[in-house]
Design a protein around this ligand. Structure first.
Ligand SMILES: [Fe+2]
Length: 259
Protein backbone atom coordinates (compact mmCIF):
# COMPACT_ATOMS: atom_id res chain seq x y z
CA UNK A 1 0.00 0.00 0.00
CA UNK A 2 1.38 3.38 -0.98
CA UNK A 3 1.23 6.55 1.13
CA UNK A 4 -1.36 7.78 -1.33
CA UNK A 5 -3.58 4.76 -0.71
CA UNK A 6 -3.30 5.09 3.08
CA UNK A 7 -5.01 8.48 2.80
CA UNK A 8 -8.01 7.05 0.98
CA UNK A 9 -11.15 5.62 2.51
CA UNK A 10 -11.83 1.92 1.80
CA UNK A 11 -14.48 2.97 -0.74
CA UNK A 12 -12.01 5.25 -2.52
CA UNK A 13 -9.38 2.52 -2.53
CA UNK A 14 -11.86 0.22 -4.24
CA UNK A 15 -12.60 2.91 -6.83
CA UNK A 16 -8.87 3.16 -7.47
CA UNK A 17 -8.99 -0.43 -8.74
CA UNK A 18 -11.43 0.47 -11.52
CA UNK A 19 -9.76 0.88 -14.89
CA UNK A 20 -12.38 1.25 -17.65
CA UNK A 21 -14.74 3.19 -15.39
CA UNK A 22 -12.13 5.54 -13.93
CA UNK A 23 -12.69 8.45 -16.40
CA UNK A 24 -16.39 8.53 -15.51
CA UNK A 25 -16.07 8.72 -11.71
CA UNK A 26 -16.98 12.08 -10.21
CA UNK A 27 -17.73 13.56 -6.80
CA UNK A 28 -21.31 14.40 -5.89
CA UNK A 29 -21.52 18.10 -4.99
CA UNK A 30 -24.45 17.67 -2.63
CA UNK A 31 -24.27 21.22 -1.24
CA UNK A 32 -24.85 22.60 -4.74
CA UNK A 33 -28.40 21.19 -5.03
CA UNK A 34 -30.91 24.04 -4.88
CA UNK A 35 -34.08 24.15 -2.75
CA UNK A 36 -36.04 23.81 -6.01
CA UNK A 37 -34.19 20.59 -6.85
CA UNK A 38 -34.88 19.13 -3.40
CA UNK A 39 -38.54 20.11 -3.89
CA UNK A 40 -38.60 18.31 -7.25
CA UNK A 41 -37.14 15.18 -5.64
CA UNK A 42 -39.77 15.42 -2.94
CA UNK A 43 -42.57 15.75 -5.50
CA UNK A 44 -41.25 12.74 -7.42
CA UNK A 45 -41.16 10.60 -4.27
CA UNK A 46 -44.63 11.72 -3.19
CA UNK A 47 -46.08 10.86 -6.62
CA UNK A 48 -44.73 7.33 -6.55
CA UNK A 49 -44.85 6.25 -2.92
CA UNK A 50 -48.59 5.71 -2.32
CA UNK A 51 -48.71 3.33 -5.29
CA UNK A 52 -45.46 1.62 -4.29
CA UNK A 53 -46.64 0.94 -0.75
CA UNK A 54 -49.31 -1.21 -2.39
CA UNK A 55 -47.50 -2.61 -5.40
CA UNK A 56 -43.76 -2.66 -4.72
CA UNK A 57 -42.22 -5.84 -3.37
CA UNK A 58 -41.46 -5.86 0.34
CA UNK A 59 -37.71 -6.04 -0.28
CA UNK A 60 -37.81 -2.67 -2.07
CA UNK A 61 -39.79 -1.00 0.72
CA UNK A 62 -37.44 -2.45 3.36
CA UNK A 63 -34.40 -1.31 1.38
CA UNK A 64 -35.76 2.23 1.09
CA UNK A 65 -35.77 2.46 4.89
CA UNK A 66 -32.51 0.60 5.40
CA UNK A 67 -30.44 2.92 3.19
CA UNK A 68 -32.02 6.02 4.72
CA UNK A 69 -33.76 7.55 1.71
CA UNK A 70 -35.91 10.55 2.53
CA UNK A 71 -38.87 12.20 0.90
CA UNK A 72 -37.69 15.73 1.56
CA UNK A 73 -34.17 15.81 0.12
CA UNK A 74 -31.98 14.47 -2.66
CA UNK A 75 -29.84 11.68 -1.23
CA UNK A 76 -26.20 12.14 -0.30
CA UNK A 77 -24.61 9.13 -2.02
CA UNK A 78 -21.84 8.80 0.57
CA UNK A 79 -24.46 8.55 3.32
CA UNK A 80 -26.47 5.99 1.30
CA UNK A 81 -23.35 3.89 0.72
CA UNK A 82 -22.35 4.04 4.38
CA UNK A 83 -25.62 2.25 5.19
CA UNK A 84 -25.59 -0.03 2.17
CA UNK A 85 -22.00 -1.23 2.13
CA UNK A 86 -22.04 -3.02 5.53
CA UNK A 87 -25.15 -4.94 4.42
CA UNK A 88 -24.21 -6.21 0.98
CA UNK A 89 -20.90 -4.65 -0.07
CA UNK A 90 -22.61 -2.41 -2.62
CA UNK A 91 -21.74 1.24 -3.07
CA UNK A 92 -23.73 3.89 -4.93
CA UNK A 93 -20.86 5.50 -6.83
CA UNK A 94 -21.23 8.90 -8.55
CA UNK A 95 -20.58 8.92 -12.30
CA UNK A 96 -20.86 11.57 -14.99
CA UNK A 97 -23.55 9.87 -17.13
CA UNK A 98 -23.93 6.85 -19.40
CA UNK A 99 -20.97 4.50 -19.24
CA UNK A 100 -19.64 2.33 -22.07
CA UNK A 101 -20.57 -1.31 -21.54
CA UNK A 102 -17.15 -2.47 -20.34
CA UNK A 103 -17.00 0.27 -17.70
CA UNK A 104 -20.56 -0.43 -16.57
CA UNK A 105 -19.94 -4.16 -16.15
CA UNK A 106 -16.59 -3.54 -14.47
CA UNK A 107 -18.37 -1.46 -11.84
CA UNK A 108 -21.12 -4.03 -11.25
CA UNK A 109 -18.51 -6.76 -10.85
CA UNK A 110 -16.87 -4.57 -8.17
CA UNK A 111 -20.24 -3.94 -6.43
CA UNK A 112 -20.11 -0.29 -7.50
CA UNK A 113 -23.42 0.96 -8.88
CA UNK A 114 -22.87 3.77 -11.42
CA UNK A 115 -25.09 6.56 -10.12
CA UNK A 116 -25.78 9.84 -11.87
CA UNK A 117 -26.06 12.95 -9.72
CA UNK A 118 -28.20 15.25 -11.87
CA UNK A 119 -31.96 15.47 -11.41
CA UNK A 120 -34.61 15.88 -14.12
CA UNK A 121 -36.38 19.19 -14.05
CA UNK A 122 -39.94 19.80 -13.03
CA UNK A 123 -41.25 19.83 -16.58
CA UNK A 124 -40.44 16.14 -17.11
CA UNK A 125 -41.45 14.51 -13.85
CA UNK A 126 -42.55 11.23 -15.36
CA UNK A 127 -39.96 10.56 -18.01
CA UNK A 128 -36.37 11.43 -18.70
CA UNK A 129 -34.41 9.90 -21.58
CA UNK A 130 -31.16 10.37 -19.67
CA UNK A 131 -30.49 8.55 -16.42
CA UNK A 132 -30.83 10.76 -13.35
CA UNK A 133 -30.43 10.43 -9.61
CA UNK A 134 -34.13 9.76 -9.12
CA UNK A 135 -34.13 6.76 -11.44
CA UNK A 136 -30.74 5.54 -10.25
CA UNK A 137 -31.19 5.90 -6.50
CA UNK A 138 -34.94 5.82 -5.88
CA UNK A 139 -35.46 3.21 -8.63
CA UNK A 140 -32.44 0.97 -8.24
CA UNK A 141 -30.51 1.29 -5.01
CA UNK A 142 -33.00 0.08 -2.35
CA UNK A 143 -32.93 -3.38 -3.96
CA UNK A 144 -29.15 -3.48 -3.48
CA UNK A 145 -29.75 -3.78 0.27
CA UNK A 146 -31.29 -7.23 -0.28
CA UNK A 147 -28.55 -9.88 -0.05
CA UNK A 148 -29.79 -12.17 -2.82
CA UNK A 149 -30.59 -9.37 -5.26
CA UNK A 150 -27.20 -7.83 -4.41
CA UNK A 151 -25.44 -11.10 -5.25
CA UNK A 152 -27.47 -11.44 -8.45
CA UNK A 153 -26.39 -8.00 -9.68
CA UNK A 154 -22.76 -8.73 -8.86
CA UNK A 155 -22.99 -12.07 -10.68
CA UNK A 156 -24.59 -10.35 -13.67
CA UNK A 157 -21.71 -7.87 -13.85
CA UNK A 158 -19.12 -10.61 -13.47
CA UNK A 159 -20.63 -12.69 -16.28
CA UNK A 160 -20.94 -9.70 -18.64
CA UNK A 161 -17.38 -8.58 -17.88
CA UNK A 162 -16.16 -11.86 -19.33
CA UNK A 163 -17.99 -11.27 -22.65
CA UNK A 164 -16.10 -8.24 -23.93
CA UNK A 165 -16.71 -7.65 -27.64
CA UNK A 166 -19.24 -10.45 -28.03
CA UNK A 167 -22.09 -8.28 -29.24
CA UNK A 168 -24.77 -10.95 -29.70
CA UNK A 169 -24.22 -12.49 -26.27
CA UNK A 170 -24.16 -9.06 -24.63
CA UNK A 171 -27.43 -8.22 -26.39
CA UNK A 172 -28.94 -11.35 -24.81
CA UNK A 173 -27.57 -10.37 -21.41
CA UNK A 174 -29.02 -6.89 -21.95
CA UNK A 175 -32.44 -8.52 -22.25
CA UNK A 176 -31.91 -10.32 -18.94
CA UNK A 177 -31.09 -6.94 -17.35
CA UNK A 178 -34.11 -5.32 -18.93
CA UNK A 179 -36.64 -7.93 -17.79
CA UNK A 180 -35.23 -8.14 -14.25
CA UNK A 181 -33.31 -5.08 -13.01
CA UNK A 182 -35.31 -2.57 -15.05
CA UNK A 183 -38.76 -4.12 -15.53
CA UNK A 184 -38.87 -7.09 -13.18
CA UNK A 185 -41.97 -8.20 -11.31
CA UNK A 186 -42.29 -10.83 -8.59
CA UNK A 187 -45.20 -12.82 -7.21
CA UNK A 188 -45.73 -12.19 -3.52
CA UNK A 189 -48.83 -12.78 -1.40
CA UNK A 190 -50.60 -14.10 -4.53
CA UNK A 191 -50.20 -10.72 -6.24
CA UNK A 192 -47.79 -9.31 -8.80
CA UNK A 193 -45.41 -6.82 -7.19
CA UNK A 194 -42.87 -4.62 -8.96
CA UNK A 195 -39.14 -4.52 -8.27
CA UNK A 196 -37.65 -3.24 -11.55
CA UNK A 197 -36.30 0.30 -11.41
CA UNK A 198 -38.13 1.36 -14.57
CA UNK A 199 -41.42 0.52 -12.87
CA UNK A 200 -40.48 1.79 -9.42
CA UNK A 201 -39.28 5.19 -10.64
CA UNK A 202 -42.01 5.88 -13.20
CA UNK A 203 -45.48 6.61 -11.90
CA UNK A 204 -46.83 6.15 -15.45
CA UNK A 205 -45.13 2.78 -16.10
CA UNK A 206 -46.17 1.46 -12.70
CA UNK A 207 -49.77 2.62 -13.22
CA UNK A 208 -49.81 0.87 -16.58
CA UNK A 209 -48.75 -2.40 -14.96
CA UNK A 210 -51.19 -2.28 -12.06
CA UNK A 211 -54.18 -0.79 -13.92
CA UNK A 212 -53.96 -1.93 -17.53
CA UNK A 213 -52.16 -5.20 -16.99
CA UNK A 214 -49.53 -6.24 -19.52
CA UNK A 215 -49.14 -9.94 -20.18
CA UNK A 216 -47.27 -11.44 -17.22
CA UNK A 217 -45.34 -14.58 -18.12
CA UNK A 218 -43.54 -16.94 -15.80
CA UNK A 219 -39.85 -16.06 -15.84
CA UNK A 220 -38.03 -18.26 -18.31
CA UNK A 221 -34.36 -17.65 -19.08
CA UNK A 222 -34.55 -19.01 -22.64
CA UNK A 223 -37.46 -16.74 -23.51
CA UNK A 224 -35.96 -13.69 -21.82
CA UNK A 225 -32.61 -14.01 -23.59
CA UNK A 226 -34.38 -14.00 -26.97
CA UNK A 227 -37.12 -11.45 -26.21
CA UNK A 228 -36.55 -8.17 -28.07
CA UNK A 229 -37.87 -5.14 -26.24
CA UNK A 230 -38.63 -1.54 -27.08
CA UNK A 231 -37.41 1.24 -24.84
CA UNK A 232 -39.79 3.99 -25.89
CA UNK A 233 -43.19 2.43 -25.22
CA UNK A 234 -44.99 0.67 -22.39
CA UNK A 235 -43.93 -2.95 -22.01
CA UNK A 236 -46.60 -5.34 -23.37
CA UNK A 237 -44.94 -8.40 -21.73
CA UNK A 238 -43.21 -8.75 -18.36
CA UNK A 239 -41.69 -11.79 -16.66
CA UNK A 240 -42.57 -12.67 -13.06
CA UNK A 241 -40.23 -14.54 -10.75
CA UNK A 242 -41.24 -16.46 -7.64
CA UNK A 243 -38.15 -15.40 -5.67
CA UNK A 244 -34.94 -13.44 -6.12
CA UNK A 245 -33.01 -16.69 -5.88
CA UNK A 246 -34.50 -17.43 -9.31
CA UNK A 247 -32.75 -14.48 -10.98
CA UNK A 248 -29.51 -15.18 -9.14
CA UNK A 249 -29.55 -18.72 -10.55
CA UNK A 250 -30.54 -17.36 -13.99
CA UNK A 251 -27.45 -15.12 -14.05
CA UNK A 252 -25.29 -18.11 -13.12
CA UNK A 253 -26.94 -20.25 -15.78
CA UNK A 254 -26.48 -17.53 -18.40
CA UNK A 255 -22.82 -17.42 -17.41
CA UNK A 256 -22.45 -21.17 -17.90
CA UNK A 257 -24.09 -21.02 -21.32
CA UNK A 258 -22.67 -17.81 -22.71
CA UNK A 259 -19.70 -16.95 -20.50
FE1 LIG B 1 -32.03 1.78 -14.71
Amino acid sequence: MSIHQEQLTPAQQKNEQLVAARPYLIEQDWIAYTPEQHATWSELVRRCMPQLRQYACQEYLDGFQQIGLREDSIPDLAAVSSKLEPRTGWNSTPVSGYLPANAFFEMLAARRFPTTTTLRDRSSLDYTPEPDIFHDVFGHVPMHAHPVFADFLYEYGRVCSSMAGRTEDLTRMGRLFWFTVEFGVIRQDRRTKVYGSGLISSHGECSYVVERGPEIRDFNLDQVLEHEFFISKMQPVLYAVESFQQIYEAAQEAGRRLG
